[in-house]
Design a protein around this ligand. Structure first.
Ligand SMILES: [Zn+2]
Length: 255
């Protein structure tokens, strides 16, 4: 039993066969999936999917790529959705200084505003941090005394950064890149951080793990990621699955 803590099931890549994708995940031991919003339409679709399937949950939020378009009515819509029972997190939110689809100052404003709302609603946050480690850490650290915490999704930093996030209460989510031979940094993180702060995810349809690398990713494939990390840690796969599922259950309240 595993939990895919981060997938984008509303994306076009799944339009043709979403029922089969969900079926395969269920039959393959994926006990729960969190499907993640990146703007208002995708948050709405994610929630609709979560309402249709017991074992699917949703998050809502504005991705840093779209930060530019977040206005007062968008925030209002998000706060309305935040109270829905199947909404278990606010995200993905954060900073992306790699692509810079939105200007950094807009990203920072949208990030801080959404963090504040998430914490008011007592929702955990799902953080996107790409090439923005210092700034992301600074903002989360400023808020470290708030009760709600969250996860650094698709973690791409080194071990010391992972530990810095863990020290202020965050979880680290490891994607399929850990299966890539050259990904030594993420392998080190996955093998050394405390097991009680580790989550696994697909980020489907992106970042398919070996042996599916280059193909469309789907929740079932989180199995490959989990197996690889269990092996790196010298842990039994069942034990690893149980621990990381407990972590996801605790963070998102979906035990
Ligand atoms: Zn994502």
């Amino acid at each position: 039993m595993l939990i895919d803590t981060h997938a984008h099931l509303d994306m076009d890549e799944f339009r043709e066969d979403i029922e089969e994708v969900i079926e395969r995940a269920l039959n393959g031991g994926i006990a729960r999936i969190i499907t993640v919003g990146i703007d208002i339409p995708s948050s709405l679709k994610a929630l609709e999917m979560a309402n249709r399937y017991d074992f699917i949950y949703s998050s809502i939020g504005y991705h840093p790529h779209n930060a530019d378009c977040l206005d007062a009515s968008g925030m209002e819509e998000l706060s309305r959705l935040a109270g829905e029972p199947k909404v278990v997190a606010w995200g993905e939110i954060g900073l992306d200084f790699f692509r810079r689809h939105s200007p950094p100052e807009k990203q920072i404003a949208a990030f801080e505003q959404q963090l504040d709302m998430a914490f008011q609603y007592n929702l955990p946050v799902i953080i996107h941090d790409r090439d923005a480690h210092d700034e992301t850490f600074k903002i989360l650290n400023k808020n470290k005394d708030r009760k709600s915490k969250g996860v650094i999704h698709c973690f791409s930093g080194d071990y010391s950064l992972a530990m810095a996030f863990i020290d202020i209460g965050y979880y680290i989510s490891i994607p399929g890149t850990v299966t890539y031979a050259k990904a030594v940094e993420v392998q080190e993180v996955a093998s050394r951080i405390p097991i009680d702060r580790l989550l696994v995810e697909t980020d489907a349809p992106f970042l398919a793990p070996v042996p599916k690398r280059g193909k469309r990713n789907e929740p079932l494939f989180v199995n490959h990621t989990a197996r690889r990390i269990a092996q790196l840690r010298g842990m039994d796969f069942e034990e690893f699955s149980l621990k990381t599922s407990e972590n996801a259950g605790r963070l998102f309240g979906i035990g």
